[in-house]
Design a protein around this ligand. Structure first.
Ligand SMILES: NC(=O)c1ccc[n+]([C@@H]2O[C@H](COP(=O)([O-])OP(=O)(O)OC[C@H]3O[C@@H](n4cnc5c(N)ncnc54)[C@H](OP(=O)(O)O)[C@@H]3O)[C@@H](O)[C@H]2O)c1
Length: 314
């Protein structure tokens, strides 16, 4: 099969590999589309170095193929799998979606939402799942601020917060303002013109550029600041120390920092499917690349040129 092949960190090529064989609890997917997010760049480069200690592979990546978000068709059922059949259209995550075929654990797959394409479905799992988990507990009428609202997680954050009945303010740079408005934000701040004002019950921080004191100052009493992630934390820890530092501040305030570690699970993807089928959430797909240009797609995301989600189609 054709695939992006990565034997060590910092080096990958478009080439050929054997079709993988599904193991216990896995299915073989004919991959139709693969979403791209910053996580793919981290696993391609092995940076921040902290991730090498977190089970992704110390000297080189555990998976010879990058790519995790996936949408495709079940081709073969592995041992112990129930509830899936050959021909099912699914979406979720796996290790190695930048390929014509990939094996995926069924614990990380859900039925593809009706009425959307494979390209749209592949744009949903990691970013949509992260936004959904970051916004747990939001009540109708609350004020939610989404920083990085035109990015992968932020674009779902705006829509899911709206679906929960919140008043949503998005913050982004100029090229993403129209997208964030179209996703339903009640207010949009272009921070290149003027930074956001106001106070909020929940801040979903997907950009990471602002100090913790600025975030806390913009939070209502008993509000929450969900730290999703940032590319501003350096190549060693990736900003882990900022998350840790935020927890040390929590005992001294009713405003709480919540460093987010999202999980990839079938039930989360199924919740997203329901929201998509109800019309509350859509995949904001930006640029689409063919599999042979998957590494350009990663660079497009890394260099912050993506507006909404970038997807690779097979
Ligand atoms: N905690 C978790 O479980 C989890 C899960 C998924 C992702 N993440 C992390 O969360 C972060 C956001 O993910 P994403 O997929 O939404 O990324 P993304 O698509 O790149 O969006 C991030 C947005 O943040 C803004 N931004 C502001 N300053 C930035 C900077 N210095 N570098 C890069 N972007 C900056 C950018 O918008 P403007 O150009 O408008 O400023 C960008 O659109 C990433 O660091 C990712 O690794 C964490």
């Amino acid at each position: 099969m054709k695939a992006v092949v990565q034997r060590r960190y910092g080096s990958a090529v478009f080439g050929d590999l054997d079709v993988p064989v599904p193991g216990q609890g896995e299915v073989l997917l004919e991959v139709r589309a693969a979403g791209v997010d910053m996580g793919v760049w981290h696993l391609l480069t092995g940076k921040p170095y902290l991730l090498r200690f977190l089970g992704f592979g110390f000297r080189g990546p555990k998976s010879p193929v990058p790519g995790r978000d996936v949408a495709g068709v079940v081709k073969e059922i592995g041992p112990g799998v129930t509830g899936f059949a050959v021909g099912d259209e699914v979406f979720g995550t796996c290790e190695g979606s930048f390929a014509e075929y990939a094996v995926a654990p069924v614990s990380r797959l859900a039925r593809k939402p009706e009425g959307i394409s494979f390209t749209e479905a592949a744009a949903v799992p990691i970013s949509g799942g992260t936004a959904l988990q970051g916004l747990r507990g939001v009540q109708a009428g609350q004020r939610v601020l989404v920083l990085g609202a035109g990015g992968g997680v932020g674009s779902y954050g705006v829509q899911i917060a709206k679906a929960l009945g919140a008043h949503v303010t998005g913050v982004c740079s100029t090229s993403k303002v129209e997208l964030v408005r179209s996703l339903g934000a009640d207010e949009v701040f272009d921070y290149t013109v003027a930074d956001f004002t106001g106070t909020y019950d929940l801040i979903l921080d997907c950009g990471g550029a602002r100090p913790l004191s600025r975030l806390r100052g913009a939070t209502n009493e008993r509000g929450r600041i969900v730290l999703v992630g940032a590319e501003t934390g350096g190549s060693i820890t990736g900003g882990f120390q900022k998350s840790l530092g935020s927890l040390l501040l929590n005992p001294f305030s009713s405003k709480k920092f919540v460093p987010l570690m999202s999980t990839e699970r079938a039930d989360v993807f199924d919740e997203l499917r329901v929201l998509i089928e109800a019309g509350s959430v859509k995949a904001a797909v930006g640029k689409v690349f063919p599999l042979s240009e998957a590494l350009d797609a990663v660079d497009h995301v890394y260099s912050r040129r993506s507006v909404g989600k970038t997807v690779v189609t097979i």
